[in-house]
Design a protein. Sequence first.
Lengths: 450, 1186
Amino acid sequence: MNQIIKISTALFLLVALASCKKYLDKKPANNIDVPTDLEDLQALLDNGRDINQNITPGFGEGASDDFFVLQQTYDILPIRDQDLYRWVPIEYKYPNDWSKNYLPVFVSNYCLELLQDISVNSKNRQLYENVKGTSLFYRAYFFSQLAWTFALAYDESTADSDYGIVLRLGADFNVPSTRSNIKETYEQIVKDAKESATYLPDLPEHTFRPSKAAAYGLLARVYLTMRKYDSAFKYANLSLNIKNDLIDYKTDIDVNASAPFDQFNIETLFYTEMNSFTSTTFTSRALVDTTLYASYTDNDLRKLAYFNPKNGYFSFKGSYTGTSTPFTGIATDEMYLIRAECYARSGDKENALKDLNTLLEKRYDATFTPVSAADAAEALTIILLERRKELYWRGLRFPDIKRLNKEGANIVLVRMISGETLTLPPNDNRYAIQIPRDIVDLTGIPQNPR
Amino acid sequence: MQPIATRRISQLIVGWSFANSNCRVMKLTILLLLTTFLQVNARSWGQEKVTLNLKNASLEKVFMEIRKQTSFDFLYRDELVQNLPKITIVVKNATIEEVLSMCFEGLPITYSVEGNNIVIKEKRDSVAGTAGTKEAPPIDVRGKVVNESGNPVANVTVAVKGTSITTLTDSDGRFSLSTVDYDAVLTFTHVGMEPFELKVSGQSELLIRLKTKVSELDGVTVTVSTGYQDIPKERATGSFVKVDNEMFNQQVGTNVLDRLDGVTTGFQTITGKSDTKRTLNIAVRGLSTINGNLDPLVVLDNFIYEGDINNINPNDVESVTILKDAAAASIWGAKAANGVIVITTKKGNFNQKLSVEFNSNFIIKEKPDLYYQPTISVSDYLAVEEFIFNKGYFNNQISNTSSRPALTPAVEIFLKRRNGEISAEDSAMLIDQLKSYDLREQLNEYVYRKAVTQQYSINLRGGSNNLAWIIAGTLDKSTGSMQNEFDKINLRFNNTYKPLKQIELSLGTYYTNSKDISGMNPVLTVNNRYVPYLRIADENGNPLPLYTYRSGYIDTVGAGHLLDWKYYPLEEHKYYNSTTNLQELIANVGMGVQIMKGLSLKVNYQYQKQWDEKRILADVRSYAARDLINNYSQVNYNTGNVTYIVPMGSILTLNYSNLSSQNFRSQLNYNMTWGDHGVVGIVGFETREVKSDRNRVTYYGYIEDPLSFTSVDYVNRYRVFIPGSQRTIPNAPAILATTVNRFVSTYVNASYSYKSRYIFSASFRKDASNVFGLNTNDKWNPLWSLGVSWDVSKEKFYNIQWLSLLKVRTTYGYSGNVDVSRSALPVAFYSTNTITNFPYGRIGTLNNPSLRWEKNGQLNFAIDFATKKQILSGNIEYYRKKGTDLYGATPYDYTAWGSTDVLTKNVAGMEGSGIEIGLTSRNVVGNFNWTSKFYFNYLENKTTVYYEESAQDVSGLITGGTAIMPIIGKPLYAIAAYKWAGLTATGDPAGYFEKQISTDYSKIIAQDGKKGFEEGSFTYIGTAIPTYFGSLINEFEWKGLSVAVNIAYRLGYYFRRPVFTSSELINRGNGHKDYEKRWQQPGDELITNVPAFVYTNYPQFIYRDDFYRYSEINVLKADNIRLQYINASYSLERKNRRLPFQRLTIYGNISNVGIIWRANKEGLDPDSPSSPPSPRTVAVGIRGSF
């Protein structure tokens, strides 16, 4: 009997006292981890689904003049999209353009913070620099997208009083959000983009990843919106020096196809797509502005490659995503147009037209004759029209309108809806889209004035 | 009905004793005693003949000779025969009776015959017997209690009359009492057995055979199982309900949980809800959580069951215990907040004769009623289709050159007419032809069948004195209503072996293999549009094709180089099928050691593994394969060459998922009684690991024999015909992560009873798990319970004669709810990006170290009662539940992260309360028996704490009712609606906006829900799950014939009825019959509430429909009473018939019989308002044992 007691006690205690710490330290799944090392960080930055696809804001496009919707389409729009279309204050909450575009910012900040604990050596230098450059690039890229949507146009004279965006520069979610001014916003973007270019490789392994060419492209874009044309020129030029490929619409694509362009085509420097929160940007709903459509001549292959007849009007089919989702990334055609514009603005008509014709030659059929202009000013007018025609539906029209109105272009947007005619005058406060209601409520940051 | 009662029931008392020194003899005697039980009753008394020639022999010698020659054995106390004179006997072919009467002549002993035993007793009037008792010293008494079939009875209260000495029998029916008076009288009481008294008369080893109480045959419970221990229900303070084998078998379905519906309190089947955290569709005492897991915990015998509940065959189930309150359930700790369902399987017993049980039945389920939902006539439908065609509705689809949507047959005709390809007369004629078609008729004829299920099961049980075993096998075969098939085999083996008296070893396995083969499942919409005149077969029943893309396009594209691109609804299942093969093995080993008196150790280990293989084969002839091959084909129109990107051939997709669990438990049991005191306790330690993994692989160009397949390019994009863009080949292989969840727990549970009328219980448990990111020390989470019960009727002052039992119980305690998907560090999930082929990571949660498990406190108060002779018995329970630390979404500044707008924290709270009444009334007792069982449940719940923003926005309830929607102060499933102001003079629905009648629907809908119901456009309706529910079961029984009728009721809740809306009809082709009642001309608004039919260009077209759909006039009271099932059976007993069976029962069952009463006048089944309700099933079967 004693034996049994002894054995049993031993047995019970053996099990009860066995260390359960190790047993419980087992990871609950082999596909999860607390990201810490460089490979982990690179993987976070390679999350294309959250960073490249379905991401950039659609509010700007939804408020722009590149499209219109029929009354019957308008009637079935969500209230927010109707309000956006009519330029009245929009009320909305999560999820939205704001939340989407701050996610890559968080990932960047998280990586940048962890990089501080990782020492660089000859073995990991390349990866380290790619992680650092990518993080800085993403932060700059998405800050620029946010600034174009939620802040007014950059204006040197009022830049330190106009509201910028929330510049989150760390991953700690306990740090409260505050609004910067426009000057701080753009300074941060430029600083991050410039620094990123020093780390990134000339060209990426995949256009889901940024590169020097893309960072220069971003800087060209941002300086252009700041109307700092010298700098814009410099970086467009640097970008084109690395890569200047163009698709020849005559030979490289089937303009009649329902989606003529390949995803990740040779013009793409950095790939992003517009998100789908704003349903007016769906090609099933948006119809091309009729005046704009009429401005494409019949020998312009873009007329076929970009548009599809729909209900007596035309809808867009020419996205560089190869699907109906709008492409909003950086491409070489945009760089040509920025450089051409900057040449023209600096009075260099010849070089401006040279860049423009290099591009257009690939866009028109064999009957194309090179564009000429009386002077640089006329060249600029032509270039700006071609810019609008070439970069259609890329999320660039809204910041362009803002910028060009600051240049005195006096672009007045007009909508006709339910028998009413609505207009949006130049430099209106409504060019800064309303920040989500819940963010204003939670953080107390000021709402864009109306 | 009465397997035991009608058999010959007797009470047998055997006593024997022997010299304490002679241990070997004792053992032998016990062995003998036990083995005799196993012998089959082959020949009967009086037939066997004996021949003896003994001179001067002891009686024992005589007995030994008789034993040799017959099948009879002798039981006697040694001292009873030792001192008797020797005898001489010579007989030839005498009966035993003759021999014994010769032998016993003049001796102070007599005998009786019990089965194959001849029991030697003292003569009652014997002077010698009483002489010794007077001065006899106290003795120690041991014994065993068995029932009529010789099976041990546990938890019998053995008391020494006139003293306070009591004890309980253990699971082998054994008990022992020390220092009992030589002629003390023992009383044996047990809830399920007739009480019995026995004079010890110096016997120290007793075998007591108790008679089963007649009331027990009606299913009164004996012991309940918590999965950790078996407790006599009378000693429990907590709230347990047990569904015994008979009740469990009143329903015939193949799912264990389905059989619990309507036969107990506190259990509810949930219908029509879409919560993702619910997989079992059942609830115990309603809800305990808002965002946590909603399933009660299912325990199979000792351990948590992780597999598919359909794997458990009801025929293997002995009984089910439902643990409802904290005292009952908290022993299961962090997973018990939703209640626990303990399934106890059939087992073999020690010292049990071989018994065989079989069951076979046949269940037929009617076709679903396709006409349940009233719809508009085909001619109305066609008129609408023509109207919207003329409005230009289909123009987008007609001109769509990317996705090439198919057009309905009528639209094709209208289009031909519009294009001038056919005349107006031709068009009218073709349309008229369509009017004669009805898709539902064809579905009834060609697709739906009566579903048939056959169940066969057999089990063999037996046991010797040191071995108990069961072997069982069951087979289910079903053919579903769409010719889908389901087969299942269960095999079970369970064995308990006692190598030594103190040691018990057990081994068990349970194996399941099921096969689920898909049948027809035709897709019968055209471009997501329901078309009532669609034809799937012609007049002769030949399959007709259906265009899934535009007919003109797929007929010509590819210039004849492609495969047929049409879909044949009646053919597809021949070439496309999925087979799911599921196997499960549960193996367990256990060891029990009796350490010392009252203290034992039990160590158990269980391994479970479930393999699930889903094999989808799309033959090259199937539409699924043809569609994919065609779409990716690259046709060179000049040469006619076709390059197949998706190879020509069949497509095989294999999905594998594995689930395994390992459980280990080490537990000390203590059971001791001294004087008025009794203690039963357990203390234990357990670990559990659950592991799962999944993967998927697709083979293209698959040929089964000779086996071959073609590898494909998943990386590059290829231009596809539809929608004309570039795509990669779908279904690249994928391995999903292996997940491992581990738990470690320690627990104590003890109850103390005083004078068996005051019982106190307490339990304490700590759980820990490897919830990722927490430190081990922080993972421990203590949960506890306390309980007390008082049997008032056992008090001396109690003198209510008619109420023989009155007991009050109350408990309080906490259980938990764990959701292992919640985590506490910035955890990233890793995978590979299919576009770039780079590994990628995605942060899934932000750091939240304070995350804990949910806690649910429950207070239970109960009264158990029974009138004299158990004419009326039952219990009433009242409980309050309070969920604290519930997972709740808390808003934060998502500028900081963006991936979600809320973080999960332990911030939410809810409350629930309920009343349960269970009554059993024996209305008529005698040859004819009529028993009624009445179950009543009342339950309510509400959200008490949730984050401010959305939890106060009552507009969330407008579309609510089908999933949990936390709104503070409202039930978790609740319905609100738009206030209704009738139809306007133009046939538009009107509501209220800022207290004014309004038709500005977008304003009404966007009304700020945080202002509540007072001034808003909304009105609160009520809960969407029953507040009151239960059932009434009437059982009638006469001479082996018995009938049970279950009437179930569900009251105090609401549902939304399907309605007619213009958008549903125009966009989806779904036309409710209310279309005929629509407003058509001024004045109609006085007689109808159905809005006018309008086209999509109508202002606020969608909002108008949303407003109407969710307005208060379309919310109906859901209350209903239904005839749940009727069960009839006829049993034959062996008693006085020459049957090869012990018992044979023929039974029939009809379930889902129909609704007896419903509050709504639309004829809708509130549990299934928009789809055909579960059809009626009829079952017949036979069950027997021998």
